[in-house]
Design a protein around this ligand. Structure first.
Ligand SMILES: CC(=O)CC(=O)SCCNC(=O)CCNC(=O)[C@H](O)C(C)(C)COP(=O)(O)OP(=O)(O)OC[C@H]1O[C@@H](n2cnc3c(N)ncnc32)[C@H](O)[C@@H]1OP(=O)(O)O
Ligand SMILES: NC(=O)C1=CN([C@@H]2O[C@H](COP(=O)(O)OP(=O)(O)OC[C@H]3O[C@@H](n4cnc5c(N)ncnc54)[C@H](OP(=O)(O)O)[C@@H]3O)[C@@H](O)[C@H]2O)C=CC1
Length: 291
């Protein structure tokens, strides 16, 4: 099936990055959020990130203007009804995602492919509650979407071959690289990456290192572009905790226990960059470690 229009649900950091790359590749984009202010801020972020690409000579000013003109926003899920592909990128919470699908499904064309950008949740289980498990897939972009090359494709038990083939073609048109992962908790990237982040939080919790020494150690000692605590703040501590809980529940192994300090930061509303404070405090402009 030829995909020309894309509906994106959730205009947070992933929703805006996904809208950015689809619009730049010529797709018509309709971005949805429950919160109108989140839509305005997403469009402003896309404009800023595209401008950054223009200033570095990666995108022409004409292509930026054309991409911006392809992005429309709505707070109504019904408006997504005529799109060819829907990508759900709302909060990492299964009940929230199920509620979105329940509200969306009556409006969708029968042939529309429905996907989730979930970081960890079972695609088979999400798909089973919809009217189209064969046209449902995990479509997992990495943060920041305009920069990261990989897209994980996760087939649920019922996903059919034409759906998988269509998404492979979409990934190619975006100029990205697809990796296929089986549908087990947190798939490939997060199965490996997020327990590493959780271990960094345990390292902090047990006093083995400070926020700064842990991040410096992994940047200079293992050549990671960001330290694990800086990366946790970048991903969102609520998202990291949700992924650890899915791993812990889904694999029933104590090695995936979320660190109590991670839970405490989330309970405090210190969710990382998006809330202004996490393992670092970003409110003054210069990140200051909080421990
Ligand atoms: C949780 C999940 O479910 C899955 C996940 O996504 S896990 C998270 C995966 N992501 C990571 O691990 C990211 C790790 N961090 C990095 O790779 C790098 O720190 C980074 C790419 C984010 C920033 O790199 P940096 O060198 O420190 O900063 P910076 O120079 O500002 O950026 C590098 C380039 O990316 C561009 N860039 C960065 N963010 C951008 C954005 N949001 N939009 C457009 N361009 C962007 C910059 O303009 C710059 O471009 P040039 O190469 O042309 O100069
Ligand atoms: N952060 C990351 O690095 C990555 C995240 N992901 C996944 O992408 C998804 C989104 O994550 P991310 O963008 O970081 O999260 P954010 O918290 O930045 O954004 C989530 C957005 O979804 C909105 N939202 C919540 N409920 C609804 C709803 N019912 N309908 C429409 N919008 C809704 C939120 O609104 P409000 O703020 O008002 O609640 C918010 O704007 C998650 O599944 C996450 O696991 C995947 C790859 C990387």
């Amino acid at each position: 099936m030829a995909i020309e229009s894309v509906g994106i649900v959730g205009a947070g950091q992933m929703g805006n990055g996904i809208a950015h790359v689809f619009a730049l590749s010529g797709y018509e984009v309709l971005l949805n959020d429950i919160n109108a202010a989140a839509l305005d801020s997403a469009v402003a972020t896309i404009d800023r990130n595209l401008e950054r690409q223009v200033s570095r000579g990666k995108v022409s000013a004409e292509d930026k203007a054309a991409a911006m003109a392809r992005i429309r926003t709505t707070t109504s899920l019904a408006d997504l009804g005529q799109t060819d592909l829907v990508i759900e990128a709302a909060t990492e919470n299964e009940a929230v995602k199920n509620k979105i699908f329940d509200a969306l499904l009556p409006h969708l064309k029968p042939e529309t492919i429905l996907t989730s950008n979930t970081s960890s949740i079972s695609i088979t289980r999400l798909a089973s509650r919809t009217d189209r498990p064969e046209r449902f897939m995990g479509f997992h972009f990495m943060n920041p979407v305009p920069v990261m090359q990989l897209v994980e494709l996760i087939r649920g038990i019922a996903t059919d071959q034409p759906t998988y083939q269509t998404l492979l073609e979409v990934v190619a048109r975006l100029g990205k690289t697809a990796a296929s992962a089986e549908d087990f908790p947190a798939f490939i990237v997060n199965r490996i990456l997020v327990p590493m982040i959780n271990e960094a939080v345990y390292t902090l919790y047990e006093g083995v290192g400070s926020v700064r020494s842990i991040d410096e150690s992994m940047k200079l000692g293992a050549n990671h572009p960001m330290g694990p605590l800086e990366l946790a703040d970048f991903i969102g501590l609520d998202t990291c905790l949700a992924i650890m809980n899915v791993l812990h529940d889904g694999l029933a192994d104590t090695k995936y226990r979320p660190c109590p300090l991670l839970t405490k930061y989330v309970e405090a509303g210190w969710l990382g960059r998006k809330s202004g404070r996490g393992f670092y405090d970003y409110r003054s402009g210069t990140p200051v470690p909080t421990r």
